[in-house]
Design a protein around this ligand. Structure first.
Ligand code: NOJ
Length: 748
């Protein structure tokens, strides 16, 4: 009896959790139907049209009046929002409010680290808080819909938008996507400070060939299922993400906005999505350029039939949909369903009751708790890559510090890509923060050396060297400007640009200890620079509070705990590099012959017989999950609750973690599995869980994980999602390669 009550409770709980995402509120559905019944075809098509409000004009106002616009993007001025809503509410026949959208990607005014940096924190809690804060600030200005989070799996740092991603791992991306959606949307979309999130870009946009933005992709259905789709599924089914954006690319020849299988079968039928599908900017029109559609009309037909509800910018629906209906090429029901999704979103957002911005509300923008959260997020995102002789944290015997480099005081660039509304005047840079927070105890001397990251002018090198010579330690801030990553900003070489590397080389000749800090939107190839530095701290683009975060980390008030969410190659030519690739027949060995080992006039042979480069060997610069601390952690006693399980079991895994160093710190304990044999080749290993554990010096904890066997499921040779019985290896450690491991078996 006791059990049945308990199980009833869990059944109800899981129904509740499920229904929070999908329960269609009957009242809302009734309202949607009632309104739909009143709408003309023109008005319906109008709802499916999203226009840019950046340069509002009389033409736009008139279109709103005519009921030709359902949503506006880029109207972030609250007075303008109110003006547009007033026209929609009071001057259009049906008074349907607009939904105002904006790219609020990693903060609105208070800028958080770029998403790639946030992923490095392995801390979904701070990610959720960050998007909550972004939503609150954006809501104040009338924004009710953000085009975030981006959850594209990204294995190629040449791709500029890797900055906006959560990196290469599917599981980490799922966790971070869910956290961000929850933060943006809150408990109820109609609450003040909640805004609709958007899962983007559906699908495989991050797999652009050669890392060139907008390029084609060729990811197989099974790879989509196993690697690329899961973050979207989780964002929708677990976090109730209200909207989804189709991507620019054609995958396997089919543009995302024309992919009926993915939009109707996977998204709507399999996942039960009842939110809005919006395209990316002009991407319906782009289907003509791709050669998938003859003209805009054909493109509009294909997108509507594939399941795109709302068109961003290109206006092909507005221009062609009436004719397409008249010609029987698009069914009336297709339009009705799309409009239902759009109206449902507007009701869920409470827009009908509450379309206007309250201009009198006390602003929370840049409030102290927002700034402190941004600082914490930045601290947690930093990854310590090298710390020779424990140079960091800086000792209090240090009296004079040289601050050098183009990124030390780069208030604009520190915000990173897609920080549309961020204000450089509010950014706290490392230079300013160090002077302010530690200037009483230490003498800081500053020389930029290079004016910006691409600068090749070495005129000021001598001054930088002079400054370094006077100091006990050099803090060198290198990296890339914000504009070198982000949309349409891909690179063929992902090295430090300009004369930055030479600057480091010159400084290292002074024999002063050098701490190199790198602000960047991607992984950079920094093998040489790492060797030349005593310590390397990777900062990503850390946002508004990057400076105070850096200052506290350098002086040991906070301890680095970030871990890499992407693999760092030594050379761009190694790309794509990612830890969870499928096993291959001839994996690399450390002992292979390299370029200079080959004798002259050697006869053609297979030399070594494994998969590696003659000039780059096989290994990466830094692997996924890697990141040092000021303290050290010891892992021991990995134990599994059993070594044979059935498919419905849950494996309990425990490991002892001890802080063996001198600092209280967080460690990200990572759990990986490897499916030894499958009906298809399986990944070398896959992250399945992680925990952030805080330990005092000398303290130990038993860290426990619950691993449901169902988490081992994958889309197999028959294209079904299942756990295949057999042997698995379970690994636990502080990164993806230095692990304790044990085998277990899943019984048939
Ligand atoms: C294009 C980008 O690809 C997308 O991510 C963004 O949300 C839209 N433009 C709107 O700005």
């Amino acid at each position: 009896m006791k059990y049945s009550y308990l199980s009833l409770f869990f059944i109800l709980l899981s129904c509740f959790q499920f229904t929070t995402c999908f329960a269609q509120d009957k009242k809302i559905e009734d309202k949607v139907e009632a309104l739909l019944a009143k709408m003309t075809l023109k008005e319906k098509i109008g709802q499916m049209n999203q226009l840019n409000g950046r340069m509002p004009s009389e033409k736009l106002y008139q279109q709103i009046r005519n009921g030709e616009v359902g949503s506006i993007l880029n109207a972030e001025n609250p007075e303008l929002v109110n003006q547009l809503q007033k026209i929609a509410k009071e001057e259009s026949t049906l008074g349907i409010p607009l939904v105002i959208a904006r790219d609020v990607i990693h903060g609105f005014k208070t800028i958080f680290p770029i998403p790639l940096g946030q992923a490095a924190s392995f801390d979904p809690e701070i990610v959720e808080i960050g998007s909550q804060i972004a939503a609150r600030e954006a809501y104040e200005k009338g924004i009710r819909w953000t085009f975030a989070p981006m959850m594209d799996i990204a294995r190629d740092s040449r791709w500029g938008r890797i900055a906006e991603s959560f990196g290469e791992d599917t599981y980490l991306s799922e966790i971070m996507a869910v956290a961000m959606v929850k933060g943006f949307q809150g408990k109820d979309l109609s609450n003040p400070a909640s805004i609709a999130a958007c899962a983007k870009h559906f699908i495989a946009y991050g797999a652009a060939e050669g890392g060139r933005d907008y390029n084609l992709t060729n990811i197989t259905q099974r790879q989509l299922r196993n690697f690329y789709l899961p973050p979207f599924e989780k964002a929708i089914r677990e976090a109730g993400c209200a909207t989804l954006m189709t991507s620019f690319n054609a995958n396997d020849g089919i543009p995302a906005s024309g992919n009926e299988f993915l939009l109707r079968t996977v998204l709507r039928k399999e996942w039960g999505f009842d939110g809005v599908v919006v395209t990316d900017y002009n991407s319906i029109r782009d289907m003509v350029r791709i050669g998938f559609s003859e003209d805009n009309k054909d493109a509009a037909m294909k997108a509507a039939n594939a399941g795109v509800d709302m068109e961003m910018a290109s206006g092909t629906y507005l221009q062609n949909m009436e004719a397409l209906i008249a010609e029987g090429k698009v069914e009336q029901k297709t339009i009705d369903d799309a409009v239902r999704n759009i109206l449902r979103l507007k009701y869920r957002l409470g827009l009908f009751e509450n379309p206007y911005v309250n201009l009198k509300v006390k602003s929370s923008i840049y409030s102290e708790n927002h700034l402190q959260a941004a600082k914490k997020a930045a601290e947690e995102s930093f990854v310590l890559l090298k710390n020779k002789n424990n140079l960091l944290p800086l000792k209090n015997t240090i009296k004079t510090i040289a601050i050098i480099g183009p990124m030390a005081d780069a208030s604009h660039d520190q915000m990173g890509t897609w920080a549309f509304d961020g204000e450089k005047g509010m950014t706290q840079t490392p230079l300013k923060a160090l002077q302010k927070q530690y200037g009483k105890d230490v003498k800081f001397i500053y020389e930029q050396g290079l004016a910006f990251s691409r600068d090749n002018n070495k005129t000021n090198f001598s001054k930088a060297i002079e400054v370094a010579k006077q100091a006990d330690v050099v803090l060198l801030f290198l990296g890339e400007e914000a504009i070198l990553s982000g949309e349409a900003h891909s690179l063929a070489e992902i090295n430090l640009k300009g004369a930055q590397s030479q600057l480091l080389e010159e400084l290292s000749k002074t024999r002063k200890p050098v701490v190199t800090m790198i602000m960047a939107g991607r992984a950079l190839t920094i093998e040489k620079e790492t060797a030349l530095s005593d310590a390397v701290l990777y900062l990503w683009h850390p946002g508004t509070m990057g400076g105070p975060a850096v200052a506290d980390i350098l002086f040991g008030k906070a301890v680095p705990s970030g871990k890499l969410p992407i693999t760092f190659p030594k050379y761009a030519g190694q790309i794509p590099v990612y830890y969870n690739h499928d096993k291959i027949g001839r994996p690399a060995k450390k002992t292979e012959i390299l370029l200079n080992d080959i004798p002259l006039e050697a006869k053609q042979s297979s030399l070594g017989t494994t998969s590696y480069y003659l000039d780059a060997a096989f290994d990466n610069l830094f692997d996924f999950g890697y990141g040092l601390s000021y303290t050290t952690f010891e892992y021991s006693n990995l134990s599994l609750s059993t070594d044979v399980l059935s498919k419905s079991d849950i494996l309990t895994v425990t490991v002892d973690l001890k802080n063996t160093g001198k600092f209280q710190a967080n460690e990200v304990v990572q759990l990986y599995t490897s499916d030894l044999v499958g009906s298809i080749a399986r990944p070398i290993k896959e992250l399945k869980d992680f925990r952030r554990i805080n330990l005092k010096p000398g303290e130990s904890k038993k860290v426990a994980f619950k691993l449901p066997v169902s988490k081992l499921a994958f889309w197999n040779i028959n294209n079904i999602q299942t756990v295949e019985p057999g042997k698995f290896t379970l690994m636990v450690g502080g990164n993806s390669y230095d692990v304790l491991q044990k085998d277990f078996t899943v019984a048939p």
